[in-house]
Design a protein around this ligand. Structure first.
Ligand SMILES: NC(=O)c1ccc[n+]([C@@H]2O[C@H](COP(=O)([O-])OP(=O)(O)OC[C@H]3O[C@@H](n4cnc5c(N)ncnc54)[C@H](OP(=O)(O)O)[C@@H]3O)[C@@H](O)[C@H]2O)c1
Length: 335
């Protein structure tokens, strides 16, 4: 398979007064970091972390100019590792992709072979990016919850940040697996959308946030899948039933967790941290296989907005304003 030396990529550059400018510009393969596998990126997707990288967050990206994009699906064009050959369809997410390694907002990436996952037979390159890091994180959260013993008959599962990428896919996978899902939604009213993708009930951020300051509240949920942190996560932990499970992956509301130890020592609640970035490859492959089979969502298109590469900047702005819903995938072949 041949590849051109030049390609287009979104490049974020830093000005002297710490402004971050985003332009689609020409790059060469030689500009890419070292790695064994070169992939022509067909689709990428938009995640909250990409917005942080695209706006100069030093916790995500240390130096600029930089091409964000923590997700990519595409076709191998060159590989120094015998595990991959030109023409192989692959998924590359997590590790350092898009953080300090040029990412999926470019038409080519060069990465270590250890970051590359063969595309499961039941998924297309496009579908893989509808899931992307957000979907993988949602699936990892549900998997950890199920492994901790939570069954559909145990009661309701609360999902926060439900219209977001992680939240939308968590709602969908849980509903498909027979769980009754209560979705927390507040930034933009999207109750109809959430019911379409499987939520049985939608509650507001206010209802999901305790203001009494009490260390424990009446148990309401068998489990919680939290994507926002802060007071909502603390309230979820205080309102989960005895022996309940809460997973925690995000901080869009706040990185703080205002809590006492009582839910843990008086109710046996388990809080499970979710780190998709460093998830070991055997678990990563298992989760992608589940996504492609028993957890494949029939209504995936309801969650999906596809944008051509040229509209990437508009989509970043939308997510910055908190107006983003579900999953946005970027078609790198369509300018
Ligand atoms: N740990 C990991 O491995 C991992 C992997 C992927 C993502 N994440 C994290 O997970 C979080 C969600 O990511 P995402 O890609 O789903 O983001 P997203 O698409 O921007 O969704 C976030 C959702 O959170 C809700 N929200 C936003 N601001 C809020 C606020 N101030 N208070 C309460 N709710 C708020 C909104 O949903 P509603 O309007 O429905 O309330 C929004 O749609 C981020 O913090 C991200 O960094 C972590």
């Amino acid at each position: 398979m041949t590849r051109p030396n030049e390609f287009k990529a979104l490049v974020v550059s830093e000005t002297d007064d710490k402004q971050y400018l985003r332009t689609i510009t020409t790059r060469t393969i030689d500009d890419l970091p070292a790695g064994e596998v070169i992939v022509q990126v067909r689709y990428s997707s938009l995640n909250y972390k990409d917005v942080l990288s695209a706006t100069g967050n030093p916790g995500v990206t240390r130096s600029y100019p930089h091409t964000p994009g923590i997700d990519a699906s595409g076709v191998v064009v060159e590989s120094e590792d015998p595990a991959f050959k030109p023409g192989d369809e692959v998924i590359v997410t997590s590790y350092d992709l898009g953080m300090n390694t040029a990412g999926g907002f470019g038409q080519y990436i060069r990465v270590p072979a250890g970051w590359v996952v063969p595309l499961p037979a039941e998924l297309s390159l496009r579908e893989a990016m509808v899931y992307g890091t957000a979907g993988f994180t949602a699936a990892l959260s549900v998997w950890r919850m199920v492994e901790n013993g939570v069954k559909p008959e145990d009661g309701d599962v609360l999902v926060s940040g439900a219209t977001g990428g992680v939240g939308s896919i968590a709602v969908s996978i849980l509903a498909k697996s027979g769980y009754r899902v209560v979705a927390v939604n507040g930034v933009v009213d999207e109750a109809d959308y959430l019911k379409e993708i499987g939520a049985a009930e939608v509650i507001s951020i206010e209802e999901a946030t305790d203001t009494s300051g009490r260390p424990l509240l009446k148990g309401r949920w068998a489990a919680g899948i939290d994507t926002v942190g802060g007071e909502i996560l603390a309230t979820t932990i205080k309102t989960v039933n005895p022996d309940g499970t809460v997973t925690c992956c995000g901080n869009v509301a706040s990185p703080d967790l205002p809590l006492t130890v009582y839910p843990f020592i008086l109710r046996g609640v388990t809080l499970i941290g979710i780190d998709s970035q460093n998830c070991p490859m055997p678990i990563r492959s298992k989760i992608w296989d589940k996504i492609a089979s028993e957890w494949k969502i029939a209504w995936l298109e309801k969650l999906t907005t596809e944008a051509p590469f040229a509209q990437l900047d508009d989509k970043i702005e939308l997510m910055l304003q908190g107006k983003h819903r579900g999953r946005t995938i970027i078609n790198l072949l369509e300018a």
